[in-house]
Design a protein around this ligand. Structure first.
Ligand code: NDP
Length: 286
């Protein structure tokens, strides 16, 4: 029976460490500040933003949400980003995605100051993943690493298979595993015979958004299975992995909910603190 990698407990430990770190920073006169730009009134986005704001404040940071109407012009959105870039009190800036169709998302992400790019989506940071050393890794990817490290899963020399190649999760996660010396295979919707690859994985990360994509026959005995997927099936949240069957064969597995999800927002806070440290204490030259 697999060890259950409890994301809630790991996220709680991350938050506890962060609260202490933030208290120390405040003693040195550094008050980390996160700004979130929210465009429109999508209920899910508004709820994610509220939880980010709440957690930042709980941990002792400053948090501000800039709410813009769904029909805001791209020029006005870029102007708001410029204002935050120029504000020395702001350490971390993120634009909640998705943006309305009339706005060019890539242009907006590229307008964020790379030193305040807490989501790690700026082209400069993406270039840095390729070099293995971004200022921050995107939050979900960073959360996956936190789970693996805090669960003492070795990475170097392991065969890691990542299903999914999105810019938000799959691609940076493959880069991160490579940077930690795993041997990495990246699969996607055009991969022929997915099972042939997933069965080789010592570490299998699944971020496809397809409920039940990975079943017991797709997993190697004893593998570490990280299920990033979030799917709603018959009113229930499930991952991309058939948990009930895979749990009997894997060595370790993250549940959904309660696996990677809780880490994502915790890592946003950790990234905020890191950017505050880099910008204010080391002048960005770490
Ligand atoms: P995207 O839809 O952007 O990307 C999905 C990726 O999976 C694509 O690369 C796609 O391939 C690949 N894929 C889709 N179907 C298959 C298949 N049948 N076989 C192999 N590969 C496949 O999704 P995201 O990366 O944004 O998110 C993935 C999942 O993770 C979603 O369920 C999302 O809700 C969840 N998520 C969870 C988070 C968390 O905190 N737990 C955070 C972010 C996302 P191709 O490139 O060829 O299209």
């Amino acid at each position: 029976m697999a060890r259950i990698l409890d994301g809630k407990a790991i996220a709680a430990a991350v938050k506890q460490d962060l609260a202490m770190e933030i208290a120390q920073l405040r003693e040195c006169g550094v008050q980390p500040k996160l700004v979130v730009v929210l465009v429109g009134d999508d209920a899910a986005s508004a709820s994610y933003v509220r939880s980010k704001e709440r957690l930042a404040r709980e941990l002792g940071m400053e948090a501000e949400v800039i709410r813009l109407a769904a029909d805001v012009s791209e020029v006005e959105l870029l102007r708001q980003i410029e204002l935050q870039n120029a504000d020395d009190a702001v350490d971390a800036l993120l634009v909640q995605l998705p943006l309305p169709d009339h706005i060019d998302t890539d242009r907006v992400l590229a307008a964020v100051d790379p030193n305040k790019d807490v989501d790690g989506f700026h082209p400069q940071n993406i270039g840095r993943y390729a070099m293995g050393s971004p200022l921050v890794w995107p939050c979900t990817t960073a959360g996956i690493l936190e789970i693996l490290v805090r669960s003492s899963v070795p990475l170097a020399g392991q065969t890691a298979v990542v299903v999914g190649r999105s810019r938000i999760v799959g691609w940076p996660t493959a880069q991160l595993l490579l940077a930690h010396n795993a041997t990495v295979v990246q699969c996607h919707s055009r991969t022929k015979d997915l099972t042939e690859f997933t069965r080789q994985a010592d570490i299998l990360v699944v971020a496809a958004g397809q409920a039940g994509l990975i079943g017991v026959d797709d997993v190697r005995e004893g593998a570490v299975v990280i299920d990033v997927g979030i799917n709603r099936v018959d009113g229930r949240l499930v991952g991309d992995v058939d948990f009930d069957s895979v749990v009997a064969k894997a060595g370790a597995i993250t549940p959904v909910p309660g696996g990677v999800g809780p880490l994502t927002v915790a890592m946003l806070m950790k990234n905020t603190v890191r950017l505050a440290r880099l910008r204010r204490l080391t002048k960005g030259d770490e």
